[in-house]
Design a protein around this ligand. Structure first.
Ligand code: CMC
Length: 376
């Protein structure tokens, strides 16, 4: 057996895929051939989910049917027993813990749970993509001692999520910003959570199990959890006037600065510029520009000093915070978008499956002699 190892599987190509292309040197992100910049300019999250699952942009008729399926109250609503389950969780449970538990529980109520056919997985993808925003918003309300807000079938996924979080219809700018954030987070090739989803699917396990695995992987601060950590940094810095001294000290202390660096991009993450623009516009509209000012100063210093560039997680939280969303909900928001990509990868994996089972280069002892416990 070859003993070549690559720490963190860096640059190891583990499979072919038609879903997502990243050019790490040019800073390009492409879903099914379409540049994410074009999708941000012209598309919606619902249409992007269709593109990822079916491999082509929908016709008007197909898009209308797809949006209708994703928006129906019957699809978005949670089974009452899942709401009852959420009520049993300690209020201090983090939204990511609750999302992981909730998605796993939804499987028990899904009529297609045990069916891994392409048609059934597509039906489950529609349901999970529609239910996850309801789950995240329901927990936000329950932990504040308020009843969940019923989904509004007349609102698109982005507007409906913000409505269920706050009970108020969002502004057009908030809806557009949120929809763009969902488009930008929808897929990203073989990132850690998607790989976790594919490893699970490759055992011929089902979509809910794959998404539950993926949520566990997304939760960590080196992956989706970074957006939350960025906001904690901003809150620590507080005042834009303190940002430069703060970040210079952090770099001198060899701190890992969240929201920077990437395994694939060698330039700025192409998603960051959109989120910077939207966070800036939203901040100006709300009269709160401090978050973006702090992040711009931090970005300037880190880029100049370390030649490490902003990633998707640097500016997203600044936009969500201005919308009044709690910091610990930022990673669940990542998940309610990325489920579109996870589902596309599960469909692709099931469509041409082989068990994913790599090897380890064993570095432990091989001929230890067993000593009975009484003699140790
Ligand atoms: N702050 C300070 N130094 C960094 C950072 C950072 N954010 N990222 C990389 N470096 C340095 C690192 O110290 C190392 O330097 P040296 O070679 O001198 O030891 C070098 O750059 C390579 O770092 P690495 O950790 O080996 O790189 P990696 O490809 O294993 O890690 C990463 C990629 C994203 C985990 C890392 O850049 C990081 O920890 N970033 C902060 C967390 C973050 O923002 N994660 C979100 C990633 S994008 C969205 C997502 O996936 O969810």
């Amino acid at each position: 057996m070859s003993t070549v190892t690559k720490a963190g599987l860096e640059d190891v190509v583990v499979s072919t895929s038609d879903i997502c292309f990243i050019d790490g040197r040019e800073g390009r992100l492409v879903y099914r051939g379409y540049d994410v910049d074009d999708l941000v300019a012209h598309s919606s999250f619902e249409e992007v989910a269709y593109l990822l699952w079916y491999g082509a942009l929908p016709t008007r008729k197909e898009l209308d049917a797809h949006v209708k399926a994703l928006s129906a109250s019957a699809t978005r609503r949670l089974p009452p027993k899942v709401i009852a389950l959420l009520r049993t969780l300690p209020r201090r449970s983090t939204p990511m813990e609750v999302l992981r538990t909730g998605v796993s529980a939804l499987s028990a109520f899904d009529p297609d749970a045990a069916d891994n056919s392409r048609e059934a997985t597509l039906r489950k993808a529609v349901r999970l993509t529609a239910q996850m925003p309801t789950l995240v918003a329901a927990w936000e309300r329950l932990r504040r001692g308020k009843p969940p807000v019923a989904p509004n079938p007349r609102l698109g996924l982005a507007a409906n999520f913000l409505y269920m979080m706050t009970g108020k219809k969002p502004t057009d700018l908030a809806t557009q910003t949120f929809d763009t954030a969902l488009i930008l987070h929808a897929d990203h090739e073989f990132n850690a959570s998607t790989f976790a989803a594919r490893v699970t699917a490759a055992t011929l396990s089902d979509l809910h199990s794959a998404v539950t695995s993926a949520i566990g992987a997304l939760k960590g601060p080196l992956h989706g959890g970074a957006n939350e950590q960025v906001m904690l940094m901003v809150e620590q810095i507080k005042d834009p006037a303190r940002a430069e001294a703060w970040i210079r000290k952090a770099l001198a202390d060899k701190a890992r600065v969240m929201g920077f660096g990437h395994r694939v991009y060698r330039v700025e993450d192409p998603r960051a510029k959109h989120l910077r623009r939207l966070a800036t516009e939203l901040g100006e509209q709300a009269g709160n520009t401090a978050y973006v000012q702090i992040l711009n100063t931090v970005a300037k210093v880190v880029t100049e000093d370390k030649h490490i560039y902003p990633n998707v997680d640097l500016y997203s939280g600044a936009a969500y915070a201005v919308m009044g969303i709690s910091t610990d909900q930022f990673t669940p928001i990542f998940a309610i978008s990325r489920v579109a990509g996870w589902a596309a990868h599960v469909l692709e994996q099931h469509g041409n499956n082989r068990l994913i089972r790599p090897r380890a280069e064993y570095t432990g002892a091989t001929r230890a002699s067993y000593v009975p416990v009484a003699q140790r």
